[in-house]
Design a protein around this ligand. Structure first.
Ligand SMILES: Nc1nc2c(ncn2[C@@H]2O[C@H](COP(=O)(O)OP(=O)(O)O)[C@@H](O)[C@H]2O)c(=O)[nH]1
Ligand SMILES: [Mg+2]
Ligand SMILES: [Zn+2]
Length: 310
């Protein structure tokens, strides 16, 4: 039988088949086939499964070919990857300028990953109701940075209802992966666009505990106006797995546009003379914050490379 994986709880999966939700395990062999991931099956996967003798639970025997999938690097030393979600149409980053502050570098790392996975990304600036005393201007400027590059942005608020209809239009009939730091209002937002879902929301005080560690798993929800949303609680971002130095610049669309004008073909856009990227930064065509994020990601990838070759 065929079904859609709508929830993963580590070793078990909830598979939706017709109207039925079946608690499934994975056949041992399937696990071995994909050694490099901590989880062989992900939310969003279309799978083949068989019922067990009890006629209630099932065993997943096959994963259908994925359109795409999003991976997060494992935090432990096993070097294994964790597939967060599969077969998504777009990913949406919910961010806030304050309470909590989402660093732009975090946003850029998210966007670079989305580019690498070729999944369209949307930036949703949440809690628009609390930006005052100059913050409205910061919001406008920040949104402009990303709109200029070609990303879709939206300012929303679950409290005033601002942007909610536009958000619903964006979500309609698509499978959307929702990301964002804890406390940015993701669950509240889902409840606002689809009141019936009643997702648990956190108290304000909770996101001040930066070290709080909860093991949570991705879950897919049906939107009553059409579409599916994958909530990824506890997952901050997704990993830049195996990206070469060159790939990094290629995944900054505004840099990619001027790369061919750099004097050296292997320009890293850091110190080289005749670098078209640095010129574009000086001319204000590339935002300083974006360039800063590029340098930071590049430094990370260099130090990882050194670790590997040691
Ligand atoms: N001012 C304001 N607060 C919000 C908004 N949306 C959510 N919050 C608050 O932000 C906190 C975290 O929300 P939650 O949905 O649990 O965030 P999540 O961790 O991203 O799922 C809660 O206290 C919400 O009441 C909003 O649009 N405006
Ligand atoms: Mg939440
Ligand atoms: Zn260059």
């Amino acid at each position: 039988m065929e079904g859609l994986v709508i929830k993963s709880t580590g070793s078990n999966y909830i598979v939706l088949s017709g109207e039925q939700r079946i608690d499934c395990k994975v056949r041992g062999k399937l696990r071995l086939d994909m050694l490099r991931t901590t989880n062989p099956v992900a939310v969003g996967d279309i799978v083949e499964f068989e019922f067990q003798q009890d006629n209630k639970t099932g065993v997943i025997t096959e994963i259908k070919k994925r359109k795409n999938y999003i991976v997060r690097k494992s935090v432990n030393l096993s070097k294994e990857n964790h597939i967060i979600a599969a077969n998504v149409d777009q990913c949406l980053l919910v961010l806030t300028l304050i309470m909590p502050e989402t660093p732009l570098e975090f946003v850029d790392r998210f966007l670079v990953s989305a580019e690498a996975y070729k999944v369209p990304a949307v930036l949703v600036f949440n809690k628009a109701d609390i930006y005052e005393g100059g913050l409205e201007d910061v919001l406008k400027e920040t949104m402009e940075i990303y709109e200029k590059i070609g990303y879709k942005t939206l300012a929303v608020s679950s409290i005033t209802g601002q942007g909610i209809e536009d958000l619903k239009a964006l979500l309609k009939d698509k499978t959307t992966m929702l990301s964002g730091n804890s406390g940015t209002g993701k669950s509240t937002l889902i409840n606002t666009v689809n009141p019936g879902l009643n997702l648990k929301t956190a108290e304000i005080s909770q996101y001040s505990f930066a070290g709080k560690h909860t093991t949570t798993f991705a879950e897919m929800f049906d939107l009553d106006f059409g579409g599916k949303i994958i909530d990824t609680p506890g997952i901050k971002g997704f990993g830049l797995t195996g990206m070469s130095e060159e790939d990094i610049a290629h995944n900054f669309p505004e840099m990619f546009k001027c790369l061919s004008r750099c004097k050296f073909y292997n320009c890293t856009h850091t110190h080289e003379p005749g670098c078209a990227v640095k010129e574009a930064v000086d001319e204000g065509l590339i935002s300083p914050s974006r360039y800063h994020s590029y340098l930071s990601i590049l430094t990370d990838s260099n130090s990882k490379y050194r670790e590997k070759s040691r």
